[in-house]
Design a protein around this ligand. Sequence first.
Ligand SMILES: O=C(O)[C@H](O)[C@@H](O)[C@@H](O)[C@H](O)CO
Ligand SMILES: [Mg+2]
Length: 382
Amino acid sequence: MKITKLTTFRIPPRWMLLKIETDEGVVGWGEPVIEGRARTVEAAVHELADYLVGQDPSRINDLWQVMYRAGFYRGGPILMSAIAGIDQALWDIKGKVLGVPVYELLGGLVRDKMKTYSWVGGDRPADVIAGMRALCAAGFDTFKLNGTEELGIIDSARKVDQAIERVAGIRAAFGHDVEFGLDFHGRVSAPMAKVLLRELEPYRPLFVEEPVLAEQAEYYPRLAAGTPIPIAAGERMFSRFDFKRVFEQGGLSIVQPDLSHAGGISECLKIAGMAEAYDIALAPHCPLGPVALASCLQIDFVSHNAVLQEQSMGIHYNKSAELLDYVKNREDFKITDGYIKPLPKPGLGVEIDEERVVEASRNAPDWRNPLWRHEDGSVAEW
Ligand SMILES: O=C(O)[C@H](O)[C@@H](O)[C@@H](O)[C@H](O)CO
Ligand SMILES: [Mg+2]
């Protein structure tokens, strides 16, 4: 079998799908994208196609090493997202050729269902109680919300109080019947993270995510030493080589690689295994589309340390399209009481509605995240 063609489809709300075709008619789908930089990743995918067309798609490991090493420069969000989507599609092809789900090729199931969580509250966290109530009615009991709005390097007690009052309100409304992670989204400096973590302790959030920016990861052990709240991070790290330093220095309790940013199934499986050796839980990051989620689930179902799966149904980014708008087998993604079962179909287990994808790609928006500024006009982390 030979790879014959790579086609990319930028689609609403902010995703990109990749179709890899072969000379024997088997097609694989991937989701290579960096939110807000879809066209850049698209260019990278088509540059990497030079190494792929004419090659045997079954040789995923060799093709991955070629894509990673052959161009001299390596790593980072753009190249590793391009590799991720291609890797996903190659595993999709392999599973379809052999007639089994990818998790069977990775040694089979370690669990019968996977716990998922839902976002509430939006960019500027609001109405989180109402959001949780609605999702509790749908069977969820685990959520994530942004911990703060924009925050200065040193900010006021009032801003800290706002963040704490929001969390206190959750506990007042639900007690400990719900769990929630707080995403600091890289908006918080190390000094303010220390203050917020201490003030949050009485409310026992499940984790605090990206307590500081990924480029400040050396603060993770220092922050962790000052609080029992588990520290989570990983969506802005892109390979084993990024994660190894973070695992080695300590401080991380939950690692959140993104299957569409960190080199795909091949790379994230290795990251999951490295994390297990450091007793770090796995909670793949996934605010994206159905192929990204299907890829996450393949890793979740073979990784002992997988504890939670992010999924984007109802997320505040999905304005112009929803998670399952482009799939035919919607029922396979059914979430019952917050849990999702292994996808039963061969490959990644997602059946893409290609007609819908082509249609939607005709005028896909160039999504950008908002540019935030502080009161004084300086750029704020979004
Ligand atoms: O935890 C999450 O889902 C992420 O922080 C998410 O909000 C961002 O990755 C966003 O998709 C960037 O455009
Ligand atoms: Mg996050």
